[in-house]
Design a protein around this ligand. Structure first.
Ligand code: HEC
Length: 125
């Protein structure tokens, strides 16, 4: 009798843990969206489209030592990501050695550039 109670209790616990995890997942997805809405992205902005238009020329080929973007390039990005996203975004905005200011996307806002840098890092895993 006691062991049946234990089984019921432990399955109740796992249901609780599972729903807590799902609930937490919902919350973090929501707050991610709120963050996105607060960012000052240009109308109709797409990180991928802007990357293709402004950054792809150097970052797809690794021209002039640009860290390559795309699957399998995590190593090229690891030491840069280690500097922190804020440093990467600041360098993308101000320029960094041969990397030109704003990566030549002069219509991009700072938040647009942040989204593009995030896209570059995310797609280089
Ligand atoms: C003319 C070529 C060129 C273009 C266009 C370009 N980059 Fe770069 N980028 C570079 C080079 C070269 C480096 C490496 C600089 C170094 O480490 O000395 C670099 C480095 C970076 C870094 C890493 C900075 C760091 O602190 O390590 C980021 C982030 C970056 N580029 C973002 C962008 C974004 C975003 C765009 C487009 C909006 C862009 N780049 C367009 C050449 C370019």
């Amino acid at each position: 009798m006691l062991s049946i109670k234990k089984v019921i209790a432990s399955s109740l616990v796992s249901v609780f843990v599972l729903s807590a995890a799902l609930f937490a997942g919902t919350i973090s997805a929501d707050s991610g969206q709120a963050e996105l809405q607060l960012a000052q992205l240009s109308d109709g902005f797409s990180a991928e489209t802007s990357y293709m238009a402004s950054c792809f020329a150097c970052h797809s080929t690794g021209a002039a030592g640009a860290p390559k973007v795309g699957p399998g390039n995590a190593e090229a990005w690891a030491p840069r990501v280690a500097k922190g996203m804020d440093v990467l975004v600041t360098n993308a905005i101000s320029g960094f050695n041969v990397m030109p200011p704003k990566g030549l996307c002069f219509t991009c806002t700072d938040d647009d550039l942040r989204a593009i840098v995030q896209y570059m890092v995310d797609s280089s895993k």
